[in-house]
Design a protein around this ligand. Structure first.
Ligand SMILES: Nc1nc2c(c(=O)[nH]1)N[C@H]1C(S)=C(S)[C@@H](COP(=O)(O)OP(=O)(O)OC[C@H]3O[C@@H](n4cnc5c(=O)[nH]c(N)nc54)[C@H](O)[C@@H]3O)O[C@H]1N2
Ligand SMILES: Nc1nc2c(c(=O)[nH]1)N[C@H]1C(S)=C(S)[C@@H](COP(=O)(O)OP(=O)(O)OC[C@H]3O[C@@H](n4cnc5c(=O)[nH]c(N)nc54)[C@H](O)[C@@H]3O)O[C@H]1N2
Ligand code: SF4
Ligand SMILES: [Mo]
Length: 764
């Protein structure tokens, strides 16, 4: 017997915790935290269950071909060789592409935040880009789009990383790292121990909310109202960073009263460039702003509350008011007294939140799916991004920063994206949404395209892992769509309801059975600078292979060999690493990884660039409290709250959340996890249960305007009366049946998984 201990990292979720695999005679017998690793403080129960996952009887071990019609109770899986599976896949994809163009093939993908697909994601992207289809269904509008991309409309970049190690004030807004990102939780706990303040905005008092300075039990789906209300309280006490706001946001720029557009230089004086915008100085004298230099054109200070009548170049007299005046007025619509009634957060707590943001700092924050899964998610994201920007903490040590990781050659193949590539499904309806930044297609739009041929025909699907029939709304429409495809290949480690519709199954191995290269572990400077090659601790189960192997084999068969190093993965990975000076061979001889510290730059917007400043990466180079891009798209240039449709027969408000035991619809067959959480729960307050004659552990029927689902009641002290929280990802009791895919965010396409009207009754 030889026990080996192999350094690596867990990839079951975004945390990517440093991990040691304990291997006994070729079997994974345990995994342990790796305290020498920058993300190795601990492992969660799901991570610790790795040996059971590897030995799950539900694993896909061989390539399979369906022999029975789609939707048949038994697909009649027949074992085939890899060569047959890959040849047939390449031939069918080529046929669809020839008939309809590459866009006739859609891809679906699991999330790198919830699966080990992160090992091969860049290569899958490369295949998709080389194939030439814009249609990728990856849940981005429910998952990361708002924090990573909607944020760009306000601050010119994604939310970045909260600098927990230096911060004095942390805000968790719809993010529960204790269950979803262990390393984020560890950093936060350390900051608490140092004395940093903590505000948690979450309808449930769970995780870090338990010991927070302030817990704001927001009514699901009302976060925009809350953020604007805190904004009101912050301005009332003049608690914003006035110097930052005046210089680095568009607060001072004037909005024309007649057109509701920002006043252009050429509006005021035909000799001024139209790209310029106009503010007023403290004496009310116009002052031009030049976005190219990210600067006001002379040394005068702009007045963020400037307002006056101006005679414009066309002779008209127009009242103009600053963006900040408009923002202040908007916030006043959500003054704490009124917002308290809307959001369920006490007036005094709204004021306290503003006081903490004012008195403590630098402020760092993270918000994720608690605020991203809603029909008003983009405006909510903006409301929060603006509030946080007003604290002046952006890109400061202790604020939200970007931890530089070692530079590599990008391999995701964006160079293959041709300017004339057909538009993505959904781009016409939501041109500013995911389509704008190369993001994904919603499941609802994909189903519609497959079933109706509009706006484009989609006849084939290549899915890397995703399980939309359980993780998205409209499972019925989804089943009809998957059954209607001409060809569907699924690459994944496990069989599940969506994979069961495939024509061909390609078995994917698990991360302990393949090498995994990671450049940067995100959460702090030390983690971000680490480059590590996780070894394959075990042989692959059955004939399973890595995503990367599958991508390379398919690429060669599709005739893309020249763009895929003729199938040589080692050469491809060495190319990826080249700028670091490392090679796969050098990393193999350093299993704990090699640290390549990167100079960390902060306050990038204050750097000089040419004869101006660098500014932010927005069109105006300023933080955009007022978004001209959204206005041009027909949307509100200032954030607002949109109330959910009320229905007196559905008096409770439903939300959802993730549990530490499982990722989405996965791992239900892992005995140690299932023992701890055997059934999908509906978390509810004692008052709501009592009023309905429901006891802890009763099965209950949850009814929304869209459907009904049976869940098990869990009376929980962390719930506030009037709000219930459903567990999702259970194929038989699918909480997504309660979700209406038609009530979507007009910008991003996200839907209400949070803030749905519902009623609950004891199951008969
Ligand atoms: N264990 C586990 N970890 C995971 C995953 C998993 O499935 N399981 N998935 C990974 C992925 S893909 C993602 S995207 C991340 C997501 O990570 P998180 O965003 O942390 O996930 P959630 O638990 O869905 O939502 C966070 C919190 O939002 C709260 N919430 C619900 N409704 C509202 C609301 O209306 N407003 C506010 N402010 N809060 C609300 C919930 O009570 C919950 O505590 O987790 C990643 N990590
Ligand atoms: N009601 C409700 N619905 C939600 C959410 C919610 O909060 N509430 N959250 C949403 C979010 S944030 C997300 S990201 C989506 C996730 O939606 P999905 O991606 O559909 O969800 P998963 O259940 O994580 O499915 C991932 C699949 O990837 C497979 N897989 C695991 N490892 C690998 C690998 O290395 N390679 C390959 N090829 N496959 C692998 C797994 O076996 C699994 O089948 O769900 C969304 N759905
Ligand atoms: S939190 Fe758990 S599942 Fe996620 S990487 Fe760490 S050990 Fe793995
Ligand atoms: Mo996600």
């Amino acid at each position: 017997m030889t026990i080996e201990r192999k350094h690596g990292f867990c990839t079951l979720c975004r945390s990517r915790c440093g991990q040691i695999a304990v291997v006994d005679d070729g079997r994974l017998v345990a995994v342990e935290p790796d305290p020498t690793h920058p993300t190795g403080a601990a492992l969660c129960i799901k991570g610790r269950a790795a040996p059971e996952l590897v030995e799950s009887s539900n694993r896909l071990l061989h390539p399979l071909r369906r022999t029975a019609p789609k939707g048949a109770a038994d697909p009649g899986w027949q074992r085939i060789t890899w060569d047959d599976a890959l040849d047939e896949t390449a031939q069918r994809l080529r046929a669809v592409s020839t008939a309809l163009g590459p866009q006739g093939v859609a891809f679906a993908m699991a999330s790198p935040s919830a699966t080990p697909i992160s090992d091969g994601l860049a290569w899958i992207d490369r295949l998709i880009n080389r194939f030439g289809t814009p249609n990728v269904c990856n849940a981005t509008e429910l998952c990361n789009w708002h924090k990573d991309h909607a944020h760009r409309y306000t601050i010119g970049r994604g939310i970045g990383s909260p600098d927990w190690a230096r911060t004095d004030c942390m805000v968790l807004w719809g993010h529960n790292p204790s269950a979803t990102w262990l390393e984020h939780a560890s950093g936060l706990v350390a900051a608490r121990a140092r004395g940093a303040a903590l505000i948690v905005v979450d309808p449930r008092r769970v995780g870090a909310a338990m010991g927070a300075d302030l817990w704001l039990p927001v009514r699901p789906g009302t976060d925009a109202a809350l953020a604007l209300s805190i904004g009101h309280a912050l301005l009332q006490r003049q608690g914003h960073d006035a110097a930052f706001t005046a210089r680095w946001s568009n607060a001072a720029l004037l909005v024309r009263g007649d057109t509701n557009c920002l006043l252009r230089g050429s509006d005021l004086d035909r000799a001024l460039p139209p790209a310029w915008r106009i503010a007023l100085d403290s004496r009310g004298v116009p002052l031009a702003y030049d976005p190219e230099r990210a600067a006001f054109v002379d040394g005068r200070e702009p007045d963020v509350f400037g307002a006056r009548e101006l005679r414009l170049a066309d002779g008209s007299i127009v009242t103009c008011r600053s963006v900040f005046t408009q923002y202040r007025n908007r916030c006043a619509e959500y003054a704490p007294k009124r917002a308290a009634a809307m959001t369920g957060v006490a007036e005094t707590d709204i004021e306290r939140a503003a006081a903490i943001l004012h008195e403590r700092g630098p402020v760092s924050y993270y918000g994720w799916t608690g605020i991203g899964q809603h029909g008003n998610a983009t405006q909510t994201d903006r409301a929060i991004a603006i509030l946080m920007a007003l604290t002046g903490s952006l890109d400061r040590p202790g604020g939200n920063v970007s931890f530089g990781a070692p530079a590599v050659n990008l391999v995701n193949g964006t160079e293959f994206v041709q300017p004339g590539r057909p538009p993505q499904i959904g781009a016409a309806e939501r041109p500013l949404g995911p389509a704008h930044f190369g993001g994904g297609v919603t499941a609802a739009d994909l189903y519609h395209a497959i079933l109706t041929g509009a706006p484009q025909q989609v006849r084939a699907l290549v899915s890397f892992g995703a399980n939309p029939l359980v993780t998205r709304a409209d499972a019925k429409g989804g089943q009809a769509a998957l059954a209607a495809l001409d060809f569907h290949v699924h690459a994944g480690p496990f069989m599940h309801p969506s994979a069961a519709f495939a024509d061909i199954i390609l078995p994917v191995n698990l991360p302990w059975e393949r090498e995994g290269l990671r450049v940067g572990f995100e959460v702090n400077e030390a983690a971000a600078s680490l480059v590590q090659l996780r070894p394959a601790a075990l042989a692959s189960a059955g004939e399973s292979r890595s995503d990367m192997e599958i991508v390379f084999a398919l690429a060669v068969r599709l005739g893309y060999g020249a763009d895929f190093w003729h199938g040589d993965m080692e050469a491809a990975l060495d190319h990826h690493l080249a700028p670091t000076g490392l090679t796969m061979a050098s990393l193999r001889s350093h299993p704990q990884g090699i640290s390549l510290p990167v100079p960390q730059k902060r306050l990038r917007h204050e750097e000089r660039a040419g004869d101006g400043w660098r500014g932010f990466d927005t069109p105006s180079r300023l933080v955009e409290i007022w978004s001209e891009a959204l206005a041009a798209g027909g949307h509100d240039p200032l954030p607002h709250h949109r109330a959910a449709v009320a229905d007196e027969r559905l008096p409770l408000i439903l939300t959802m959340a993730k549990v530490v035991h499982y990722c989405h619809a996965q791992q239900r067959d892992i005995a140690s996890l299932r023992r701890r959480l055997p059934d999908p729960l509906l978390e509810m307050a004692a008052a709501d249960a009592g009023a309905r004659g429901i006891a802890n552990g009763d099965w209950v029927d949850v009814t929304s305007g869209t459907g009904q689902v049976r869940l098990k009641a869990r009376i929980a002290p962390h719930m506030t009366a009037g709000v219930v929280c459903a567990h999702y990802g259970w194929a038989g009791n699918n909480a997504n049946d309660l979700v209406d895919f038609r009530d979507a965010d007009p910008i991003s396409g996200s839907v209400n998984h949070r803030g749905l009207a519902c009623e609950v009754s004891r199951a008969g």
